[in-house]
Design a protein around this ligand. Structure first.
Ligand SMILES: NC(=O)c1ccc[n+]([C@@H]2O[C@H](COP(=O)([O-])OP(=O)(O)OC[C@H]3O[C@@H](n4cnc5c(N)ncnc54)[C@H](OP(=O)(O)O)[C@@H]3O)[C@@H](O)[C@H]2O)c1
Length: 324
């Protein structure tokens, strides 16, 4: 089968496409013919050797795929040959075939195409559990979403609205803010031309946001500490800026705020039933037309470097998908 290969720590342009053997089934796993693979910022970190998982070389990036089941290990009941599924992986998705742990494979709704399904699990899964389970976002609260035009950011905007919050989108430039508004954001802040914390304070009548969803870190996170309301919650989702914030505990104490460290992927082993429950609600929202997944670009496998480059250079909106 053909696969995108990362042969050493490097840059997206160092990736190659080569023929490698198809994956073999291990106990409790499922082999899938990949029709589409979702691209994530974490893939750029995998390639540059800065991700929390460090696979042995050579490996294929790719944390999520959609396709057809072509083989299941003995005893697997969750899905069967021929099923249309999406799957979450530690890595390896930028390939014509993958083998996934059965508990990481999810049958997709009939009305969901493969490209949408490939772009779905990481971004929607992260925002749904993060906002509901970790941050306990309540109806009537104000949610500030940083990086609101990006992969996870845009899903946080949609889910925040569905949970009944007023959503303030923060992004770079009017075009990117427009994408967030089209996904339901009520208000917008361009953090390259406006002071994030002052604008959020102004938009919330001086109070600040009840919950902040932050996939960026660095100065945007620091401004969020000031933009959050007394008693508020900040969900630390990621560090796309490359800067891990150091959090002054005195601000947490004085403002009575909580910062939640949150890694969605860990729940695949910590509590797989929770992920099943989360996807059940997300799939019903999708089928009811309440979610509008935003796939901005679909590229062939050979253009994996271009896809990752778009994320590094902050050109992409929503998700990019690769098709083998
Ligand atoms: N905790 C979890 O479980 C979890 C799950 C999924 C993702 N993540 C993390 O969340 C972050 C975002 O992931 P994603 O896949 O949504 O990425 P993405 O689509 O590339 O979105 C990242 C957004 O961050 C903004 N940004 C600000 N500074 C940036 C910089 N220096 N470089 C790149 N982007 C920058 C960009 O928007 P503007 O240009 O408009 O500012 C961009 O839209 C990553 O750190 C990822 O590892 C965490």
């Amino acid at each position: 089968m053909r696969a995108v290969l990362c042969r050493a720590q490097g840059k997206p342009e160092d990736l190659i496409v080569d023929d490698i053997p198809s994956p073999t089934l291990t106990e409790n796993s499922v082999r899938i013919a990949v029709r589409a693979a979702g691209v994530n910022f974490a893939d750029t970190l995998l390639v540059s050797g800065r991700y929390q998982i460090k696979p042995p070389y050579p490996f294929s990036p790719g944390l999520e795929v959609a396709g057809e089941v072509i083989e299941v290990a003995k005893g697997v009941r969750r899905c069967k040959k021929g099923d249309r599924v999406m799957a979450v992986l530690d890595y390896g998705g930028f390939a014509e075939e993958v083998a996934a742990k059965a508990s990481d494979v999810f049958n997709i709704p009939d009305d969901m195409d493969f490209e949408t399904a490939a772009a779905f699990p990481v971004a929607y899964g992260t925002s749904h559990l993060g906002l509901k389970l970790k941050a306990h976002l309540n109806k009537g609260e104000t949610l500030l979403v940083n990086g609101a035009a990006g992969g996870v950011g845009l899903t946080a905007v949609e889910i925040g609205k569905l949970l009944g919050a007023t959503v303030i989108a923060a992004a770079r430039g009017t075009d990117r803010l427009k994408v967030a508004t089209e996904s339901g954001a009520d208000l917008g802040v361009d953090y390259t031309t406006e002071n994030l914390h002052e604008t959020v304070k102004r938009l919330t009548g001086g109070r600040g946001a009840d919950v902040v969803y932050d996939p960026i870190g660095g100065p945007v996170f620091e401004a969020s500490l000031r933009a959050v309301a007394p008693g508020g919650r900040i969900l630390a989702v990621g560090f796309a800026s490359g800067q891990v914030p150091q959090i002054p505990a005195n601000i947490l104490l004085i403002k009575n705020i909580s910062v939640f460290g949150y890694y969605w992927g860990a729940y695949r082993t910590l509590d797989p039933a929770l992920i099943d429950k989360s996807f059940k609600e997300l799939f019903s929202w999708f089928s009811d037309g309440k979610l509008k997944p935003h796939v901005s670009e679909t590229l062939p496998l050979e253009k994996a470097a271009e896809a990752l480059g778009s994320l590094v250079e902050r050109r992409s909106t929503g998700k990019i998908v690769l098709t083998p």
